[in-house]
Design a protein around this ligand. Structure first.
Ligand SMILES: [Zn+2]
Length: 509
């Protein structure tokens, strides 16, 4: 048996060095010695305050009780980091690892990446790829990334997700896709992440060689122990292990849909290809790009040259549709004139179809501006006329509860005349044509992702239907599958929409 190396890992320190070492010091003394302390997440917080808090360590008045390594961040750094962004010792026992790289510490293979967005993560993935391409590469012992890998919650059995995990977040959009690819590439035994302020230990997942990998999200350093921010582990370096791995109970398949393909292509050529493929790669993940494996053709109710109509997945009401540009566009201000015209033609047709059923149409578009995977779509929700009349007041009342305020714009005001520059927004078009515009930046609180749908569900007196998953077709024994039921919904929509569908009407006239 190889000797295990004992290390400590802490989450975002944010300038709380004394709090950090007040806890780490005694643990190192009583339960150690530990070879090192690794810090992941924001090590400094506000730069001036960090410089002040570090002063005793820089002067030698105080010192870290064990070698401490932290990953740089891309934001502002305190003065002591001048010239050290690429890594280096800033005080005794206090070393910056740099932004991204690999390093051997205490016999362990360590990799780290500081990326805060997909672009940085793409660059760092490229930089770290050569480590995985090295002959005989078997994975790394520890991977540190500030951000979480996107999709870490996939492959978990029913009920395995703690209900209180990041309650304000849509878990599907947490983290970075390129870090998921990095984790698949580097095959870490332990992957530590931070920055979300919450502790989470994912059940282990299986690596290609049969070993288990753990993802651990660390909370931020704090005087209280409400959230776990310090983690101790003893691990035998990968280089010293052999034999058949024993699988821990509850191990899942790897949640990241990437396989590492070894090749010897020139790095620069690869980089050029990556830039060229960036759009393709987005399209491969998107729900609304038709070339994507995630695209669900059975939901499509009508297709024109530039835009199409899709059924909403888990519809709030019958005939709940989405109007979507065929090309991947983030928001309606990005649309070409041809795209705009076709989308408006679909909206007019949906309105007419609604009116024929004695209903009124509410439209809304939300632009979050935080992901290149955002493919714009106009939600088109038919409501009973007496309910639709209350929509304006309900949006305003429900909005007030969340700090959401609306500008009221007269009918036929194009969004572009109000928003000179694109910025995140929620835009509602009432049956009267009047519009409500909320600028997300005007509200300090996090925008509730499903706000538009929540308001309409409440308006209908069915608040539970705000959750689209509740609205998926019910499965009955011997009845249609979800796919079949969705196809039936689309077919019914097509039949009702046919007399109004611009792609059909134009052909007739
Ligand atoms: Zn798309």
């Amino acid at each position: 048996m190889a000797t295990a190396t004992k290390i400590l890992v802490a989450g975002d320190v944010r300038g709380q060095y004394d709090t950090l070492y007040a806890r780490v010091g005694p643990i190192h003394e009583k339960k150690g010695p530990f070879s090192c302390l690794l810090c992941i997440g924001d090590f400094f917080g506000e730069p001036d305050a960090a410089q002040l808090a570090l002063a005793p360590y820089l002067s030698g008045e105080r010192s870290a009780p064990l070698p401490t390594y932290f990953v740089a961040s891309s934001g502002l750094m305190p003065a002591c980091m001048d010239g050290k962004g690429g890594g280096g010792e800033i005080a005794a026992n206090l070393t910056c690892l740099g932004q991204a790289g690999t390093r051997e510490i205490a016999g362990l293979q360590l990799a780290y990446a500081s990326a805060a967005d997909e672009e940085q993560a793409s660059e760092q993935l490229l930089a770290l790829r050569s480590a995985a391409d090295a002959p005989g590469f078997r994975g790394v012992d520890v991977l540190l990334t500030h951000a979480w890998p996107r999709g870490a919650f996939r492959r978990l059995p029913e009920g395995a997700l703690p209900a209180e995990l990041l309650p304000d977040r849509d878990l599907d959009t947490v983290g970075l896709e390129r870090l998921a690819e990095l984790a698949a590439l580097l095959r870490p035994r332990h992957h530590f992440v931070a920055t979300e302020g919450q502790f989470y230990a994912r059940p282990p997942y299986r690596l290609p060689d049969g070993h288990g990998a753990k993802l651990l999200a660390m909370a931020a350093v704090a005087a209280d122990k409400k959230q776990r921010w310090l983690y101790a582990l003893a691990l035998a370096p990968l280089s010293a292990t052999g034999g058949r791995p024993v699988e821990a109970e509850g191990t899942t398949d790897c949640p990241y849909p990437y396989e590492h393909v070894k090749d010897v292509k020139d790095e620069r050529k690869r980089k050029r290809e990556r830039v060229k493929d960036a759009r393709d790669w987005v399209a491969q993940k998107c729900w609304f790009c038709m070339s994507s494996p995630n695209f669900e053709a059975r939901l499509v109710g009508s297709i024109n040259e530039e835009a199409y109509v899709s059924m909403a997945k888990g519809p709030l009401v019958s005939h709940h549709a989405l109007v979507i540009p065929i090309t991947h566009k983030s928001h309606s201000l990005e649309l070409t004139e041809a795209e705009s015209l076709e989308m408006r033609a679909y909206v007019s047709a949906l309105r007419a179809s609604c009116a024929a059923r004695g209903e009124a149409l509410i439209l809304f578009e939300r632009y979050m501006g935080n992901s290149q995977f955002e493919h714009m779509h106009l939600q088109a929700v038919p409501l009973p006329v007496d309910r639709a009349e209350l929509a304006k007041a309900t949006f305003e009342q429900e909005g007030a509860k969340h700090g959401i305020r609306f500008e009221v714009l007269p009918a036929d005001t194009p969004l572009s005349s109000t928003l000179a520059q694109p910025e995140p927004f929620l835009h509602v078009e009432l049956p009267s044509g009047e519009r409500l515009l909320h600028r997300l930046r005007s509200n300090e609180k996090k925008h509730p992702l499903q706000f538009g749908r929540e308001v309409l569900a409440r308006l209908l007196g069915q608040p539970r239907r705000a959750d689209w998953k509740v609205c998926l077709p019910a499965l009955a024994p011997g009845g249609p599958t979800i796919d079949e039921a969705e196809q039936q919904t689309t077919d019914a929509f097509k039949a009702d929409f046919a007399p109004f569908d611009p792609t059909l009407v134009d052909g007739v006239s």
